[in-house]
Design a protein around this ligand. Structure first.
Ligand SMILES: [Zn+2]
Length: 74
C-alpha cells in the first residue's frame, strides 16, 4: 500500500504500525529512502467510532425501556 509518499524526500513509505491508543488512528511509516519516520492519520480510530455508536444504541434502548415501562406503580 503506497498511499502516501515521504514528506521529506518523496520516497516510498513502508507501513510499520497503527497507534489508536489516544482514540485517534495514527499510522506510522518509515521512509525506505531517507529512513525517516513518518506518522500519518489523525482520523478517529475505528474502536472509538464503534464505542461511541454502542453508547448511542444503549441510550436509545434505555429511552425505549423507559417508554414501555408500566405506569401502574401501585
Ligand atoms: Zn524520505
Amino acid at each position: 500500500m503506497t498511499e502516501d509518499a515521504c514528506p521529506h524526500c518523496g520516497g516510498a513509505l513502508r507501513y510499520l504500525e497503527k497507534d489508536t491508543s489516544s482514540g485517534r488512528e495514527y499510522r506510522e511509516y518509515r521512509c525506505m529512502k531517507c529512513e525517516k519516520y513518518v506518522t500519518l492519520g489523525g482520523d478517529t480510530a475505528l474502536w472509538k467510532i464503534l464505542h461511541d455508536a454502542n453508547e448511542e444504541v444503549d441510550a436509545n434502548r434505555r429511552e425505549i425501556e423507559t417508554n414501555i415501562l408500566p405506569s401502574d406503580t401501585r
